[in-house]
Design a protein around this ligand. Structure first.
Ligand code: NAD
Ligand code: GLY
Length: 356
């Protein structure tokens, strides 16, 4: 088992290990000692089928009072209506400030359960048990919790760190291939922005099987990079912005596909390629875009997505009155090192059009 200590305002541990789900009761006991808080497990219907009853039975056997809330899977559930239903569930089950919310699932479950935990009784502890690759390498670490509003994604949220993160790579075995590869876009991102050797390590493993053979190392490397970034900039006012490499343009592609044609990971993959190509005129070494495209296309991820000028404009905020004239775009100075570049939005749009 590998352990990462994250020393944010509320410090916590990330534990990574094959078969670790079965050790959840013992690892939770390490955090709470002899006390047996009530555990409110929140999950979605798909994850519940695979792991819900197994986890609750293990926890009950270890002496924890457990209750479980299951909601329909998918981004469309990540809203205040579901949060309201969760509040009802927490109330009916008498969850007090000394009890604990357990988020079992992908990024949607983690974001929603974390938001409920941050706000229920002005905050109760929460434990992340991420079950998608994206959630294990990104969303379960760093404390961004949020739900979507009709006005946009992730608009109601908080920075609220978990008390513990438990990740069992064996849970990735039940993931559909496209969901696994979605997470790989974020994994490759860490190599691009922080660690050149890790990028080449990933580029040498262009299949799910090859990646799963080294999955603990991959999870550890990504979480350790995120730990360093988040410890320096917990509230996302500086360094943390580099985690958005590929995301601004990825947002344009998600918009272009009306959020159905392209998944988040596919859009980010194409967004990283576009940012690298664009960067090649602003200091990114010329071989870098090709390296990124080769690594991502070997994983079956798209490297180019066509996008209208108006979707690009909406993604960079040029369509809104009162929005600032400049945008900060994350570009690569070299493979393994990213930094923010401020550009006038109008200039960015011209450069993007020239790339199409
Ligand atoms: P998700 O939670 O919707 O999971 C994808 C699908 O996989 C779902 O249908 C889910 O039921 C299923 N699933 C989950 N685990 C499974 C397993 N082990 N076996 C089989 N099926 C499983 O999506 P996601 O990609 O994990 O997360 C996306 C969400 O994360 C978005 O809402 C995004 O905004 C958020 N996010 C947050 C952060 C952050 O820093 N907080 C970062 C990135 C993304
Ligand atoms: N996923 C980006 C962040 O945590 O800041």
């Amino acid at each position: 088992m590998k352990t990462i200590q994250v020393n944010t305002g509320r410090p916590y541990r990330i534990q990574i290990g094959s078969g670790l789900l079965d050790q959840a009761p013992a690892l939770i006991a390490q955090a709470y000692g002899d006390r047996r808080p009530r555990l409110a497990v929140i999950t979605d219907d798909t994850v519940d089928q695979f792991y819900g009853d197994h986890l609750t039975a293990l926890l009950e056997r270890a002496g924890y009072p457990v209750c479980k809330f299951v909601f329909p899977h998918g981004e469309q559930s990540k809203n205040l209506q579901t949060v309201h239903a969760v509040y009802g569930f927490l109330s009916e089950n008498g969850i007090t400030r000394t009890d604990v919310v357990v988020a079992l699932g992908g990024g949607v479950v983690g974001a929603l359960a974390g938001f409920a935990a941050a706000t229920w009784l002005r905050s109760v502890d929460f434990i992340q048990i991420p079950t998608t690759l994206l959630a294990q390498v990104d969303s379960s670490v760093g404390g961004k919790v949020a739900v979507d509003l009709a006005h946009g994604k992730n608009l109601a949220g908080a920075f609220y760190q978990p008390r513990l993160v438990l990740m069992d790579p064996d849970t990735l075995d039940t993931l559909p291939l496209p969901v696994f590869m979605d997470g790989m876009a974020e994994v490759v991102k860490y190599g691009c922005i922080w660690d050149e050797d890790f990028f080449h390590f990933l580029a040498g493993r262009p299949s799910r099987q090859a990646l799963m053979a080294d999955i603990e190392h991959i999870l550890y490397t990504c979480c350790d990079i995120k730990r360093k970034v988040v410890m320096e900039d917990e509230l996302d006012t500086g360094l943390r912005m580099i985690l958005n490499f590929g995301h601004t343009l990825g947002h344009a592609y998600e918009l272009a596909g009306h959020y159905v044609e392209w998944t988040h990971g596919q859009a980010v993959a194409a967004g990283m390629c576009a940012a690298a190509r664009l960067g090649a005129r602003l200091g990114t070494p010329p071989e870098v875009p090709e390296q990124i495209e080769a690594a991502l296309s070997a994983l079956g991820l798209p490297t180019r997505i066509s996008c209208s000028k108006s979707d690009y404009a909406a993604a960079v905020g040029l369509d809104k009155k009162g929005a600032g004239a400049d945008i900060t775009l994350i570009l690569l100075d070299q493979m393994g090192h990213a930094s923010p570049h401020k550009l006038p939005k109008a200039e960015l749009l011209k450069r993007l059009e020239a790339l199409q």
